[in-house]
Ligand binder design. Structure first.
Ligand SMILES: Cc1ncc(COP(=O)(O)O)c(C=O)c1O
Length: 389
């Protein structure tokens, strides 16, 4: 009962209409009966405390260049300390308008032209493009799919890395496969990076979206002082509190030389965070925890409904994501050349797995009201049964 009324307060069941607003996700299908479930933002409004803080800031009426308020770094440090037991120092934080530009800046700062950057596909497409855009070489070490989960292929990773490999771009938790990497896996990876002298760039944007109640997120850099000194953590309140349009993210770089090198690469290219981004970040980290608890309950119920339905359909399968609001659906059993196109024609707009280097898969964003998810699943069900008739 308490949960139901809380849910209503937070508008998970009845969020505002996004059709006809400035939403990238919804604009793609303007004028078409397609439910957009692709790009990774949520259809829910941000926590009430964030909306209040933004209103107050807007009422001030002046939106000049912002200097990072000390409260923002304090809020980040407190968040990491209380949730993950990682003691970040304020000076380690470098503010960014987004993680993707952080990934690109890392590639430019820490590898020379023609040196190599390793990724573990299938993975969020900017991991695949950032090394290439930067004129660096992309090395792939695909994740290994086992019956119950994806795993890092450590043997292959050892063989893939060469003396001119400089960086490992790591997604933790992993988009799109939804893995929370465990301590033993992280320790093995950190040991390998230290031994091979690779910079470990850990994108932890989905860290707070833990659906598996028996697992915890462990920040990669919190494992040891050694790996902290050889790593860059990228994070943001943007996925957790649905703020990606406000452009507030950060890199945590404990090593001062790495930090200065990163800052030099950003100079004149990477824009500053705006005042609304800082305002939202401070309010979200200070006052958003209760909202986040309710969000996670809602997302867990959506995930369970989705997995149950998808796994009951012939030709489709999905492993329940341990984290994120993204489901990585294996459609290879349907024998389609382009499953994303097939489902789009059936009225559900998904991300094409090929963009993540996972052809035959689609990625479904289930951060929406449950009634909308039900309708999408109904459309998927109908399309599959017509196809397999
Ligand atoms: C792993 C990962 N990193 C980064 C981003 C995007 O970050 P930003 O919008 O801050 O550039 C996303 C968005 O989906 C993501 O999934």
């Amino acid at each position: 009962m308490a949960l139901t009324s809380q849910k209503q307060d937070f508008l998970f069941d009845n969020p505002p209409e996004r059709k006809g607003t400035d939403s990238l996700k919804w604009a793609r299908y303007a004028g078409h009966d397609v439910i957009p479930m692709w790009v990774a933002d949520m259809d829910f409004p941000s926590p009430p405390a964030v909306l209040e803080a933004l209103k107050k800031r807007v009422e001030h009426g002046v939106f000049g260049y912002a200097a990072a308020p000390p409260q923002a770094a304090e809020a980040v440090c407190r968040w990491f300390q209380t949730r993950y037991g990682w003691g970040i120092q304020k000076e380690w934080i470098v503010w960014l308008p987004g993680l993707v530009c952080g990934l690109n800046a890392v590639c430019r700062a820490f590898a020379e032209a023609d040196e190599e950057i390793t990724v573990l596909p299938p993975v969020y497409p900017p991991f695949l493009t950032a090394p290439v855009y930067s004129g660096r070489r992309l090395l792939r070490c695909p994740l290994r799919k086992t019956p119950d989960r994806y795993k890092i292929d450590f043997e292959r990773l050892e063989q893939t890395i060469s003396p001119t490999t400089r960086i490992l771009l790591f997604c933790h938790p992993h988009n799109p496969v939804g893995r929370i990497w465990e301590r033993a896996e992280l320790e093995k990876l950190a040991e390998l990076c230290l031994r091979k002298n690779l910079l470990l760039c850990s994108d932890e944007i989905h860290a707070d979206l833990i659906l598996d109640e028996t697992s915890r997120h462990i920040p990669t850099a919190s494992l040891s002082e050694e790996i902290a000194q050889q790593s860059i953590t990228l994070a943001s309140p943007s996925k957790t509190f649905n703020l990606p349009g406000l452009g507030c993210a950060y890199a945590v770089i404990p090593n001062i030389e790495l930090r200065h090198r990163f800052l030099r690469t950003m100079r004149g290219i990477v824009p500053h965070v705006g005042p609304l981004g800082y305002t939202a970040c401070i309010a979200a980290y200070r006052e958003g925890a209760e909202w986040l608890d309710s969000l996670l309950k809602y997302l867990r119920a959506n995930r369970d409904l989705l997995c149950q339905t998808i796994n009951s359909l012939p030709g489709l399968s999905v492993t329940a994501p341990q984290a994120t609001y993204l489901a990585w659906i294996d459609c290879r059993g349907l024998g389609l050349s382009n499953p994303a196109e097939f489902f789009e024609a059936a009225g559900v707009g998904l991300s094409d797995g090929a963009e993540f280097e996972g052809p035959g898969y689609v990625r479904l964003n289930f951060a929406c009201p449950q009634s909308r998810l039900q309708e999408a699943l109904h459309r998927i069900q109908k399309a599959v049964s017509n196809h397999t008739l």
